[in-house]
Design a protein around this ligand. Structure first.
Ligand code: FAD
Length: 258
């Protein structure tokens, strides 16, 4: 299988750097082919702007979506964007690995998503009408591929529990797991979380590697998070709200998991 690891940490000798090297070796030892997009090492340009098209008419106002669509459809994207899209198409599984910074992904990784997820590639795919709202949330360009987050956090696990002060980790990761990964069609596996990173010695590091290794070994078998597909009947279209009889007592993020 082909695995793309998109990695966002500025220091190779960090915990994240060590775990990235561990993951690559574990996957390759199991016979998989791995490509790493090491965003800091690549000096990835994080901001989406007019420079993302090789030929744009400078007298026209910049429209981030429509310019993206035009560049994608006409082969006018910059090489860095096209190369990352090729890697996504090539991959059977995609891993995003990052430290939790301000309750989300580092800006460089968000910028990777914003620029690589072009209109027509990751969104704006399929029929859009009052009867059908595109191929997304379970369908789309990434359908049939798996995705998983590897996230390190300074906070303790209970800080991210159901009543923890930071909010439940599933809620914090919902915009990434549901909005960024499920939206273009990935099957999203439960995240691999490492909490309390300030307290890691050799013994704990070794345990983390054991657990991470098991998760990587099970990449093709682990049941995905059961997000509800948009076009399988649970949602009313075009309102895109859950039908009244589906999880009637649920609100918020949890309602979108079967
Ligand atoms: P490192 O600092 O590199 O390492 C952590 C520990 O692991 C160290 O003790 C190190 O000695 C040890 N270690 C590293 N490699 C090995 C190895 N090979 N073997 C054994 N031990 C090793 N945290 C939150 O919970 N929520 C937030 O919202 C949040 N926001 C942040 C925002 C910013 C801007 C920053 C800088 C930090 C934030 N943090 C937050 C903390 C952050 O999540 C952690 O600092 C980060 O996850 C730690 O990962 P690291 O790779 O940088 O670890």
């Amino acid at each position: 299988m082909n695995v793309l690891l998109v990695y966002a940490h500025p220091e190779p000798r960090s915990l994240n750097g060590s775990l990235k090297d561990f993951s690559v070796k574990r996957l390759e030892d199991a016979g998989h082919v791995v490509q790493v997009s090491d965003l800091y090492a690549m000096k990835w340009k994080a901001s989406l702007d007019t420079c993302d098209s090789t030929h744009r008419q400078s007298n026209m106002p910049f429209d981030p979506s429509l310019d993206s669509k035009h560049a994608f459809e006409n082969g006018l994207q910059t090489k860095d964007i096209a190369l990352e899209q090729d890697k996504l198409v090539w991959a059977d599984a995609v891993i995003l690995q990052f430290p939790l910074w301000w309750f989300s992904m580092p800006a460089i990784l968000k910028g990777w998503v914003e620029r690589v997820y072009a209109y027509g590639f990751a969104y704006g795919v399929g029929e859009h009408s009052d009867a059908r709202w595109g191929d997304r949330y379970g369908e789309g360009t990434m359908a049939g591929k798996r995705a998983m987050l590897i996230v390190t956090a300074g906070g303790w696990e209970p800080h991210y529990g159901p009543r923890g002060i930071n909010g439940p980790i599933d809620d914090l990761l919902f915009p990434i797991q549901h909005g960024i990964l499920y939206y273009p069609g990935f099957d999203v596996l439960p995240p691999f979380m490492i909490y309390r990173t300030g307290r890691i010695d050799e013994a704990r590091y070794s345990k983390i590697c054991d657990s991470l290794g098991q998760r990587l070994d099970a990449l093709w078998k682990t049941a995905p998070i059961s997000f509800r597909p948009q076009n399988a009947g649970a949602y009313e279209i075009p309102e895109l709200t859950l039908r009244p009889d589906i999880a009637p007592d649920e609100r918020g993020f949890a309602a979108h998991i079967a």
